[in-house]
Design a protein around this ligand. Structure first.
Ligand code: P53
Length: 485
């Protein structure tokens, strides 16, 4: 058998895209609670109040005026407020995961549910909510895999501290980690600090008002220090903890064999390798320091930061893989495709999803090989999947053969990476194993799940759960430990 016997088959979600209950049980506001819905053509917006008290909005990836405060506008629709209501459906949902045979379930803890302001005041009801989820998982022998922070920050820390640009936020984050490590130390073994740390750059995600590279990299430094401290602390609380980093891995191929294109791909790939280098090797890579020098970026460090980063390296690399891209210096002839954060160069050998994400199963094997041979620590594919519009037939079925096709090809490539390349892969958690709100577009229409949830882009729906065709397919994959695809 190619997949190891204890391989962690499962699924993945994130609090703000799934839970809802945005003010229930003592939860404080998170930045993402002030981000509107949208679709392919309508960008998500941040609603806020200026220092002068005026209500305004900007695109979710843009900067905010200094002193602007996140604001919930009753005229707008915010998908995080109900999402697909895991808050009230967790027992039903985890029972469905168990029915599929999940060995693990990756979810994130909302910082603002546990520390409503992000500071050192703890909300017991929030802690209990996650304990219920964990207990429900353990009841079925499902290993909880916790993302400590997934794409948001308590609103108070954004409003009062300018989020991660402020060093004080490191202490608050470490306090949050200490709280959950202590509480769940005998129940949770697998942790990841920050989701897709290489994408953290906006008010939405890290609470910073400016979008200048200087602010972004200063905040990244604080995230690195916080993560390193969390890793050290976690290991001191329970030496069996496996604490990982999490990166969005989008490998870029040279468009041609022209050496300049090859170099362009190297430069593109450094964007994610930088974050892995710091968190796995424990130091800033030379090319990044040179880039800072060239671009006039100065990172304010405190004495001891470099040592902390060197000591607090992670136990495994969790990464998301959805697509690859291509790099070239001849930009005038290329076509651009969706991509999520930035337009991506179209690779003429690949087709794309409706949202313009290139479908490239071999790219997953390429990623596994590239990452493993660079870092030599265990890998965990913690996100992968196909966002698509699902049609519900007249008799209520969802025949998602396109999703089955996507997954079977990707799983085959993971198998090859284990069997033929010797990669140490510990698990696989397809994204949005049950339908949840899209992070990029804020819509429900872009679905990833094995389980359909009746909910639309305006927040209408019964929230009823229905198994898609892929549900039984994935159940069989897990039952045969990846032999039957
Ligand atoms: P949605 C961009 C590119 C690759 C992964 O994305 C990304 C993003 C940011 O949107 O994010 C991860 O929902 C992220 C999840 C997200 C998932 O990809 O835009 O960790 O929160 O839902 C899929 O289709």
């Amino acid at each position: 058998m190619s997949f190891p016997e204890n391989f962690l088959w499962g699924g993945a979600t994130a609090a703000n895209q799934y839970e809802g209950g945005y003010l229930s049980g003592g939860k404080g506001l998170s930045t993402l609670d002030a981000i509107t819905g949208g679709d392919k053509d309508t960008p998500r917006m941040i609603t806020f109040k200026t220092k002068e008290g005026e209500v305004s909005q900007v695109k979710a990836n843009q900067s905010l005026p200094e002193g602007a405060l996140g604001y919930i506008d009753s005229e707008q629709y915010y998908p995080s407020h109900v999402a697909t209501d895991f808050y009230h459906h967790y027992k039903e949902d985890i029972a469905l995961f168990a029915e599929m045979g999940f060995k693990c379930f990756r979810f994130s803890m909302s910082w603002a549910r546990i520390c409503p302001q992000g500071t050192e005041e703890v909300n017991e009801e929030g802690l209990q909510f996650y304990e219920n989820i964990i207990d429900e998982c353990l009841k079925y022998g499902i290993e909880p895999v916790v993302t400590i922070n997934h794409f948001d920050i308590p609103m108070y820390l954004a409003d009062e501290y300018d989020g991660w640009s402020n060093r004080k936020v490191i202490d608050y984050f470490v306090f949050f980690c200490e709280t959950i490590f202590n509480r769940y130390k005998d129940k949770v073994k697998y942790w990841m600090t920050f989701n897709e740390i290489n994408f953290l750059r906006s008010w939405t995600q890290i609470g910073i008002h400016s979008s200048e590279p200087q602010s972004k990299y200063q905040a990244a430094h604080h995230l690195f220090v916080a993560s390193a401290k969390a890793v050290e602390l976690g290991h001191s609380i329970n030496p069996n903890f496996q604490i990982g980093m999490m990166v969005a891995y989008i490998p870029s191929y040279p468009m041609t064999s022209k050496p300049e294109d090859v170099f362009a791909a190297i430069e593109y790939n450094r964007q994610h390798e930088f974050y892995m280098d710091v968190q796995v090797k424990g130091y800033y890579p030379a090319h990044q320091l040179k880039k800072f020098e060239r671009e006039g970026i100065t990172i304010a460090k405190e004495a001891g930061d470099d040592e902390l980063i060197a000591k607090g390296t992670v136990d495994f690399i969790g990464f998301s893989y959805y697509m690859s891209t291509a790099s070239t210096v001849n930009l005038e002839n290329v076509k651009y495709i969706g991509g999520n954060q930035v337009p991506a160069v179209k690779n003429p050998y690949l087709t794309e999803s409706e949202w313009g994400w290139a479908v490239d199963p071999l790219g997953l094997r390429i990623s596994l090989v590239q990452i493993y041979e660079r870092y030599h620590i265990p890998l965990f594919v913690v996100e992968n999947g196909f966002g698509a519009v699902d049609e519900v037939t007249e008799n209520g079925e969802i025949i998602d053969d396109y999703r089955i096709d996507y997954f079977s090809k990707h799983i085959q490539c993971m198998k090859d990476a284990i069997e033929l390349d010797g990669v140490d892969l510990i698990g696989y958690t397809p994204w949005g194993c049950i339908d949840i709100v899209s992070a990029g577009t804020g819509e429900m229409k872009k679905r990833y799940g094995f389980i359909h949830v009746d909910m639309d882009d305006q927040g209408n729906g019964t929230l009823k759960r229905t198994k898609k065709k892929s549900f039984d397919w994935y159940k069989e994959v897990i039952a045969t430990n990846g032999e039957q695809l």
